[in-house]
Design a protein around this ligand. Structure first.
Ligand code: SF4
Ligand code: SF4
Ligand code: SF4
Length: 248
């Protein structure tokens, strides 16, 4: 039987999600045995235009990225967005809160106008092309990635939780961060990380993105119960919840 041909591409990102895949060690060898990896800049020098599954890490921050992702999409039967940069724009979307001129001069100083440093407001992959599956998180959980790919190879729909982090957090019997007066985004963020941050004593910052149908009323009740304001919560949502930038 012919193995599915897989290519992994990166756009604007820190490559931490690809590192999570590499860190799977023995499990990645099993996984790689079931597919034919034809392009993966981080791990091999070969390139190919012929692939079934494209795995995309990173967000879109330049016009030339749009053209590149459109070409990749046209070649792939299945496109998977890998990690928060790709699924929701991730921390890269922080720059959408400022003017691009200010962002460029802050980062590049007097060199900001050089053409190869051109950039625009950050977009998640599905703001440019259709995405078939998303592997959430910053970084992703390598085992969740492996489970999603395995399900796809078996022709099954991968399981991705559509309930909030609080469900996993309460099952682990963590003391709620709100009890420490820390606005935790758990009530509105997609589970699947096993409540990693609250379990380590931190509030959830929202790296897995919002659940499809966030229970806004329940979130408001929590805010009221602890005497905080919506603005307290909004400031916590900026890191992974910044919106689309203005149309240029
Ligand atoms: S989602 Fe996080 S870990 Fe993954 S590439 Fe983006 S910044 Fe890096
Ligand atoms: S709000 Fe945060 S700390 Fe509290 S239960 Fe939900 S995920 Fe856990
Ligand atoms: S608790 Fe929140 S910020 Fe932490 S890993 Fe889970 S979704 Fe991401």
């Amino acid at each position: 039987m012919t193995k599915p041909r897989v290519a992994i591409f990166d756009f604007a990102c820190c490559e931490g999600c690809q590192l999570q895949i590499v860190n799977l060690e023995e499990e990645i060898l099993d996984l790689i045995g079931t597919v034919d990896v034809v392009e993966w800049r981080e791990a091999m020098s070969e390139q190919s235009h012929d692939y079934d599954i494209a795995i995309i890490e990173g967000s879109i921050t330049r016009l030339e990225d749009e053209k590149r992702i459109e070409i990749i999409r046209s070649r792939a039967k299945i496109l998977i967005a890998l990690g928060a940069c790709a699924t929701i724009g991730g921390v890269n979307k922080l720059k959408n809160n400022f003017s691009i001129t200010d962002v460029k001069s802050c980062v590049y100083g007097k060199h900001a106008d050089m053409p190869h440093l051109d950039t625009y407001y950050t977009k998640a992959i599905d703001e440019i092309v259709p995405v078939d599956f998303k592997v959430h998180g910053c970084p992703i959980n390598g085992r969740e990635f492996a489970a999603i790919v395995r399900a796809l190879l078996l022709g099954k729909k991968p399981f991705v939780p559509d309930y909030p982090v609080c469900v996993e957090c309460k099952a682990l019997e963590n003391v709620c961060r709100w009890e420490y007066n820390e606005p935790c985004l758990g009530p509105i963020i997609r589970a699947g990380c096993e409540a990693k941050c609250p379990s380590a004593g931190y509030r959830c910052f929202g790296c897995r993105g919002y659940v499809d149908h966030p229970n806004v009323d329940a979130a408001r009740e929590v805010i009221d119960k602890y005497g905080l304001s919506l603005d307290d919560l909004r400031t916590r949502m900026v890191l992974f919840g910044s919106k689309q930038g203005p149309t240029l």
